[in-house]
Ligand binder design. Structure first.
Ligand SMILES: Cc1cc2nc3c(=O)[nH]c(=O)nc-3n(C[C@H](O)[C@H](O)[C@H](O)COP(=O)(O)O)c2cc1C
Length: 260
C-alpha cells in the first residue's frame, strides 16, 4: 500500500495557528506530497471530499471545552473515506483534551475512515499567553515531524491496519452554552482590519471592525492574538475566571501524547 500512497491530505481548523503548525509538521514528516486544506474560515457549503484506500488524511482540531469545536462539526462530516487511513490530531491549551480525540474518532470511523494514529499536542492557550506559552515550540515541531515518520513506518509494517484506541469517554462532555460575547476594539485600535481578516465566522464586519456580531463569535481569540497594538479585548473581562483558573491550575508542563 505504501508504494501506492502519493499524497497526504491535510485538513485543519486553526484560528490561532497552533494546530496548523502541528499538522503541517506531521505532514512534512511523512515525506509525501502535501495537499493542504485550511478549514478555518467556516464554509458549510463545502462539497463532499471523497477519499480511497490509497489516500492518507490528517485532520487537526483545537480542543474547545474538552470537545471538537462545535462550529466545524458539520464541515468535518463532508470528509468521506473508504477504509481510508486517517491520523487525528487534537491541540489543546494545557488544561486537557478530554473527549476531543474519541469524538473525532467516532466522526471519522462513521464516515468510512480507519483511524491508524492520533496525537494530543500542546498549543498556547487562546485565552492567555501565560499558559503553554509559545507552544508548539521547536521540540514539539520536531516530535510532530517524527510522528509523521512513525505513521509511514506503521503503514509500511502493518498489513491489516485497524482502528486504534484513543482516550476519552462516551457520552462526551456536554457542549457549553453559547456565550453571546465578542472582543471589541479599544482605544489602541488603528482600524487596520487585520482582525476582520482572521475571524473564522465573519463576526467582525470587514467594512467597519467596530461592528461585531456576538451571535457569530466563537471566542477563538484570533482577533486579539493577531493585533499588534493590543487593540481588541472583551469588555468587562468575562473570561477572567477561566483565565485565573488556567494560569493558577494548568501551568505545569505537559507532554505530547502519541497513539499508534
Ligand atoms: C472556546 C475555547 C475553548 C477551549 N477549551 C479548551 C479546553 O477544554 N482544554 C484545553 O486545554 N484548551 C482549551 N482551549 C485552548 C485551545 O485548545 C488551544 O489554545 C489551541 O492550541 C488553539 O488552537 P489554534 O491555535 O489552532 O486555534 C480552548 C480555546 C478556546 C478558544
Amino acid at each position: 500500500m505504501i508504494n501506492e500512497l502519493k499524497k497526504v491530505n491535510v485538513f485543519y481548523f486553526s484560528p490561532t495557528h497552533t494546530t496548523k503548525t502541528v499538522v503541517q509538521n506531521i505532514a512534512l514528516g511523512t515525506k509525501l506530497e502535501i495537499k493542504d486544506n485550511d478549514l478555518t474560515f467556516i464554509n458549510e457549503d463545502l462539497e463532499d471530499c471523497n477519499f480511497s484506500q490509497k489516500d492518507l488524511v490528517i485532520v487537526g482540531l483545537p480542543v474547545y471545552g474538552g470537545r471538537t469545536p462545535k462550529v466545524i462539526r458539520k464541515v468535518l462530516n463532508k470528509l468521506r473515506g473508504e477504509e481510508t487511513p486517517i491520523v487525528l490530531v487534537a491541540t489543546y491549551g494545557n488544561r486537557h483534551y478530554d473527549d476531543a480525540l474519541i469524538e473525532m474518532k467516532d466522526i471519522f470511523v462513521q464516515n468510512g475512515f480507519k483511524v491508524i494514529a492520533a496525537g494530543a499536542f500542546l498549543g498556547e492557550h487562546s485565552f492567555t499567553k501565560k499558559v503553554a506559552t509559545g507552544r508548539p515550540n521547536k521540540e514539539d515541531t520536531k516530535k510532530a515531524y517524527k510522528f509523521g515518520e512513525q505513521v509511514i513506518e506503521k503503514i509500511k509494517k502493518v498489513k491489516e491496519l485497524a482502528n486504534i484506541e484513543v482516550p476519552g469517554n462516551r457520552p462526551y462532555k456536554k457542549d457549553g452554552n453559547k456565550k453571546n460575547i465578542a472582543p471589541v476594539p479599544n482605544e489602541n485600535c488603528k482600524g487596520c482590519n487585520i482582525c476582520a481578516d482572521v475571524c473564522p465566522t465573519g463576526a467582525i464586519s470587514k467594512l467597519n471592525t467596530r461592528e461585531v456580531d456576538p451571535g457569530k463569535c466563537i471566542q477563538c481569540c484570533a482577533c486579539i492574538k493577531i493585533c499588534n497594538f493590543n487593540g481588541r479585548e472583551f469588555e468587562g473581562n468575562p473570561l477572567e475566571k477561566s483565565i485565573i483558573f488556567l494560569e493558577t491550575k494548568c501551568s505545569d508542563h505537559r507532554e505530547i501524547e502519541i497513539f499508534l
